[in-house]
Ligand binder design. Structure first.
Ligand code: PMV
Length: 344
């Protein structure tokens, strides 16, 4: 069964919004077929599209030409149709491992899919991945599946309802629903940008060494146990497994002293934590003790991170009413809680 509504046919101008994401368990290993748990978070990217004399991104033709995701989206999903102008507002920090590119790709795929006749949610997941993968050259459909599905999703694991399968031609990832335990998470950006493709290649090289299969097996064990523990709402066990997952990420060379410092700062107020996303910079995620979220935030901020308390975004990418002038200039977006979205 596919949760959430399909994206209906529409005509320009259109607007779409997508949540960001946080990888709870299994990044990197998922690229090699391992299990992963990803959650859509309530930091959103909103994209407006309208007909225009030439392609532009936030008013700039050059930005449109230089943005690989926009270019990839046009190339794969728009073809030779008349030019469009995109306007983006985002609360997801860029190059931070919190899903700004996946959210952008999912929103673009929803917009262009709607303007070309509408599409099912499973196709939206496929197309968003196609655009992200085309622009990045490497990676799994974990991020785009979470931003399209909303809520918690597991790749290559879990016993929940099957959402869809996504393939890159060589490998196929099965995506399933994981039930939401209703927890708050704290994510925090280290301020150190990183390049996902580069870190994916670094880890791939590490995993091709003689002890690679053993390492991959350890990633698998931790992620499977983590997915089970989330299903059983066992916070302490999830915290322990987050920290265990972090040990493995350190071992394959994608941690960073700043990430370690932020994790250490948050430790007294949390059950455990890890880097989230590609690593080598980017962000951390910690599972705070209930009622001590603000303490975790204060501790992380004192250590120099940029923390956010995040809730789960229940709904994935979809159409919203076209942006008002206020939304374009960065003021509050129409219908601040997209779970109450009027138009999809
Ligand atoms: O850097 P991010 O947040 O896009 O996360 C990448 C996650 C990886 O597992 C490293 C790659 C992927 O595409 O799954």
């Amino acid at each position: 069964m596919i949760e959430g509504e399909d994206v209906p046919a529409g005509s320009l101008p259109l607007a779409a919004r997508s949540p960001g994401k946080c990888i709870v368990f299994g990044e990197h290993a998922v690229v090699h077929g391992g299990p992963e748990l990803v959650v859509a978070i309530d930091l959103y990217v909103q994209v407006g599209a309208r007909a225009a004399p030439r392609p532009s991104l936030n008013g700039s033709t050059q930005s449109a030409e230089e943005n690989p995701y926009f270019q990839e989206g046009l190339h794969r999903l728009w073809g030779t149709r008349p030019p469009i102008a995109l306007t983006v507002t985002s609360r997801v920090p860029r190059s931070a491992g919190l899903g700004s590119s996946a959210a952008f790709c999912s929103a673009i795929a929803a917009l262009l899919g709607s303007a070309t006749g509408g599409l099912s949610r499973a196709h939206l997941a496929e197309r968003a991945f196609e655009v992200e993968r085309g622009a990045q050259g490497v990676g799994s459909p974990g991020d785009t599946s979470a931003t399209v599905a909303g809520g918690y999703v597991a790749l290559n694991a879990g016993a929940g309802a099957s959402l869809w399968s996504v393939s890159d031609g060589e490998r196929t990832w099965a995506v399933r629903r994981v039930s939401d335990p209703g927890w708050l998470w704290v994510v925090a950006y280290s301020g150190i940008p990183r390049n996902t493709a580069e870190t994916v290649r670094t880890v791939s090289r590490r995993l091709s060494e003689p002890d690679g299969p053993g390492l991959l097996e350890r990633f698998r064990t931790v992620a499977l146990a983590g997915i089970e523990a989330i299903g059983e709402e066992r916070r302490e066990e999830v915290g322990r497994l987050l920290t265990e997952n972090q040990r493995l990420l350190r071992e394959v060379g994608v941690s960073h002293p700043r990430l370690e410092a932020l994790l250490e700062a948050a430790a007294p107020a949390s059950f455990g934590g890890k880097l989230t996303g590609a690593g080598a910079g980017g962000s951390i995620v910690v599972l705070p003790h209930p009622g001590r979220e603000v303490e975790a935030v204060r501790r992380i901020a004192r250590a120099g991170g940029v923390p956010f308390v995040v809730r789960v975004a229940r709904l994935g990418a979809g159409l919203v009413p076209p942006a008002t002038a206020g939304a374009v200039s960065g003021r509050s977006l129409p219908g601040d809680d997209p779970d109450d979205r009027a138009v999809r």
